[in-house]
Design a protein around this ligand. Structure first.
Ligand SMILES: C[S@@+](CC[C@H](N)C(=O)[O-])C[C@H]1O[C@@H](n2cnc3c(N)ncnc32)[C@H](O)[C@@H]1O
Length: 209
């Protein structure tokens, strides 16, 4: 995924434009799902899924196509409108919810899959987000997280090292009722990146105990 420059993930400020709206209006965003979501989640049991920070919905569309009942949550109305229009044209049902993830709560013990893809917050905020995500999972449900590794600094992802992921940092960010099945670095294809440099990701798959 391309460098997002100033478009870092942070708390939306009421009354101020949300920078991701401008980004999604001005630049086409990839339509294909994250390749690591496809690799790790295609064969999980289907049911209710939520895509937190869904953007323009490429991962929500993929999950709905697999047969999940999907809710896409984001602070970008532009992203959600693109998601809804794509879902309509592909005859898929996706519920879109405009919300700030910092104070969002999922219905407890409800979801079979929670996806957090390419959302880069400071570690305490990520920890809070992961806790909220796991609270929403039913027992046996899965949390899938993917994001740019710190080795991408200056090439892919936000331009601040503290916002990028590392396997070591991630070890401390998940609640104890999540059984971590996968936590590792894995390269993502260059895709449509203008940099022509492979994107090293951190990928996490956990199951709620
Ligand atoms: C890099 S995009 C990732 C979009 C999508 N998950 C994907 O992989 O294509 C980051 C998304 O997170 C959303 N986001 C960031 N911080 C947020 C917050 N505090 N509340 C709600 N959405 C947020 C942005 O609006 C944007 O759509």
């Amino acid at each position: 995924m391309a460098d997002r420059g100033e478009h870092t993930d942070r708390t939306p400020i009421p009354g101020e434009p949300w920078p991701w709206d401008e980004r999604f209006r001005d630049m086409p965003w990839p339509k294909d799902p994250d390749p690591l979501l496809v690799e790790y989640c295609s064969d999980l049991p289907k049911g209710k899924a939520v895509d937190l920070g869904a953007g323009t919905g490429r991962n929500s569309i993929f999950l709905a196509g697999l047969g999940y009942e999907v809710m896409a949550v984001d602070a970008s109305q532009v992203g959600l409108d693109i998601t809804a229009s794509r879902a309509k044209s592909e005859n898929l049902a996706i519920k879109t919810v405009l919300a700030n993830l910092d104070d969002f709560k999922l219905e407890a013990d409800t979801y079979d899959l929670v996806v957090i893809a390419n959302i880069h917050m400071l570690p305490p905020d990520s920890k809070k987000l992961f806790k909220m995500a796991v609270e929403g999972l039913r027992r046996g449900g899965h949390l899938f997280v993917v994001g740019h590794d710190r080795s991408n600094l200056g090439v892919h992802g936000p331009p601040l090292p503290e916002l990028l992921y590392s396997v070591d940092d991630m070890k401390d960010l998940f609640p104890s009722d999540l059984d971590i099945k996968v936590l590792k670095n894995q390269e993502r294809p260059v895709g449509d990146s203008p940099h022509g440099v492979p994107d090293m990701a951190v990928v996490v798959l956990g199951e709620k105990k």
